[in-house]
Design a protein around this ligand. Sequence first.
Ligand SMILES: [Zn+2]
Length: 392
Amino acid sequence: MTERIRNKRKEEIKRQKAKGKNKEANSGLLILISRGLFSLFLPFAFCLLISSVVSAQSRASFTVGPVTVKAGEKASGMIEVPAAKDEATTIPISVIHGARPGPVFALIAGNHGYEYTSIIALQRLLPQLDPKQISGTVVMVHVANMPSFLKRTIYYSPVDGKNLNRVYPGKVDGTVSERIAYQITREVIDRSDYLIDLHCGDGNESLRPYSYWDVQNDGPGGPAVIEKSKQMALAFGLDHIVMDRERPTDPNKSVYCSTTATTRGKPAITTESGGLGMTDNESIARIERGVLSVMRHLKMIEGAPQMVEHPIFIDRNAVLRSDVTGIFYPLLERGQTVAKGTLMGYVTDFFGKRIFELRAPFGGTVLYILGTPPVSQGEPLAMIGHIVETER
Ligand SMILES: [Zn+2]
């Protein structure tokens, strides 16, 4: 019995050893196959690695003001605006210089210093953008109008009383707003291929989101600039698009930041999301999504853009101004639709007597209306847009 058992055990051990050998043989085969594949793949992977390193290295660095950035890196700094007839200021910028070649895309926030949503949106976008994943270069102007931002003024600079977004392309020896515009034109706009000037309603404006599409300017780029600007507006994702027919066409008197780009043949739009000095998440997130979608549209990052499917084009618009100085009482909300002649609000004197009535000059959508009481003669009370019936 014991002999039989012993023999059985011996046979069992033999069988297991053979199994083990087979296992080893199998795994050895696997190792051989994977080694073979790896050695086949290795030169290919190595070539890929080398070529990406070489292309990043051979791609020149990019300089804006005092900031020079190597391909695949990002950096920030201050453009100095030296003192002249009035005080000096600074313009904080960031440059995200992609590892791969592509367009230079400028994002300008804070031309109006009380418009916070776009300023905060760039603060959120900067850490999200990985230069190793980007084709091209993003240049961010975080706060274009530093004097207005720090002193919390709407429309006008506290230093020279000028509206920065009405003095482009600026002057090297002008007042501080003109010198800021000059630096942004020379350092940022002249170096860019595409531009978005990011706004929202000012500190006193209750605004529904929309974009301005400059349909006047094709600049040296030809009619394609107008079409490319339209595609940028559609990619940004705001469904109300103002067809702006009143932009100047002289690059030396471009007046507006985005018109400084279009008159120089660079597709550009102005966007509006948020207002009333707020930093609400919805308005900020809308800007973030818009910028990333335009970057996808320009093939600067992976993925498909989210184009507006059913754009609402506004072919005619009017900024409605006050004839008098006093206290404003709005009677409706942003985004409401009004018929011609609708009473939109009124202005009283400082003793409560109604001295001015704001009526809709044509039927349309209220793009913005003042949400705070003070108003000076000649200042805007509201903007109304007439909607095109058919899609273009
Ligand atoms: Zn603005």
